[in-house]
Design a protein around this ligand. Structure first.
Ligand code: SF4
Length: 367
């Protein structure tokens, strides 16, 4: 959808990478503009949506969060979005996703309009104003609402030109790729054979399977085979990471250097749809992320007990509404919880490093 009368974003400002015509002119080897052909068959996604239906439509999902944070120019992208009009005091994930979509020249983005956040709504309005076609998807408010879920799946399929039956067939195919990443998760928490960073990257990538589920699965299977031959390396401390993925760099490596491992990584694990299901509706009702904190807590408590977690780090993103849930999470858990917050993509800052070190020392002393 192109909105008539929209002016290309903003006046030239430091960090702004747009040309007067609205195209991105910044050199970005890691985010090259898509070819016409690729732009036509790609659907940008800003959080997990039923990717089965995107594949069923003959299209390819592309997770803009992962591209943004892995671009090597994440700070520039945030600055670029601010130069386009995003407020300084708004979520940097949101800004990065917007600038990534623009740089790639995406024509279509799938947006979650219930089950994500209102920042996404405004970002989608910015993209619509840039001429990007926005395909909405709505999770039900309650994970008990199977009727709403079915209706949402039908609407999403129709908007993409996919059939639900074909989507269900894709579910079986994607289940196999997801299962490979859940084996990596088990190698991390149960067998001490995979790192938390490996677990993080593989489960996180289940949002779009890097655009090619078969190759994704084959590479994940190869990692599983290689990791099974490693010597087990048990951590001194077993941590849970709750909340959205941290925007800072070097988080897992820092923990690793201090003898701690994330053995339960709440949100990326959810991207791998860990609870078995027979249908798309069931799968996306089991997926905890879009629903309320109490639904998430049931999964968190169960996994913390099973994975013998010593303490939890709750990551909160600056200017994110989920920050408010921190108090509910702290109240609900018996384990010690450290809350850390970051604003923009950057190496883990010294203050946060010191707080994590103190938390680790406290947990070790309590053992
Ligand atoms: S981090 Fe929070 S505010 Fe930012 S996009 Fe995610 S849910 Fe929205």
């Amino acid at each position: 959808m192109s909105l008539e009368g929209h002016e290309p974003c903003g006046t030239p400002a430091p960090g702004c990478a747009q040309t007067a015509e609205g195209g991105c002119s910044a050199p970005s080897p890691s985010l090259p503009r898509l070819s016409e052909r690729d732009a036509a068959r790609t659907v940008g996604i800003t959080t997990t949506v039923p990717s089965e239906l995107i594949f069923a439509a003959g299209l390819i999902p592309m997770d803009l969060n992962n591209l943004f944070i892995g671009s090597g120019v994440a700070s520039d992208l945030v600055a670029e979005a601010e130069a386009c009009g995003f407020p300084r005091n708004s979520c940097a994930w949101n800004k990065g996703v917007y600038a990534t979509a623009r740089r790639l020249g995406l024509r279509r983005v799938a947006a979650v309009v219930q089950g994500d956040c209102s920042n996404t709504h405004a970002m989608m309005e910015m993209l619509r104003a840039d001429g990007v076609d926005v395909v909405p998807f709505s999770y039900p408010y309650s994970p008990d609402d199977a009727e709403w879920m079915q209706l949402s799946l039908e609407r999403f399929a129709r908007a993409l030109g996919a059939s639900l039956d074909e989507g269900e067939r894709w579910k079986k195919r994607l289940d196999e790729a997801r299962a490979a990443t859940l084996r990596i998760d088990a190698l991390c928490w149960r067998d001490d054979l995979a790192s938390s960073e490996e677990q993080h990257l593989w489960t996180l990538s289940c949002s779009d399977f890097l655009g090619d589920p078969d190759s994704f699965r084959a590479t994940a299977d190869a990692l599983v085979s290689e990791a099974e031959g490693r010597e087990p390396r048990s951590p001194m401390l077993r941590l849970a990471l709750l909340g959205i993925p941290p925007i800072c760099e070097g988080f897992f490596e820092f923990l690793d250097r201090h003898g701690a491992r994330v053995v339960f990584n709440e949100t990326p694990r959810q991207f791998a749809m860990p609870k078995p299901s027979d249908t798309l509706a069931e799968q996306y009702l089991n997926y905890t992320y879009p629903y309320d904190v109490f639904y998430r807590l049931a999964d968190i408590r169960e996994q913390i007990a099973e994975r013998r977690v010593d303490g939890a780090i709750h990551y909160v993103q600056s200017f994110c509404y989920r920050h408010t849930q921190d108090t509910l999470i702290r109240r609900a858990l018996n384990e010690p919880v450290l809350t850390i917050e970051c604003d923009r993509p950057a190496p883990l800052d010294l203050r946060t490093q010191t707080r994590i070190e103190a938390f680790i020392e406290m947990l070790q002393a309590a053992r």
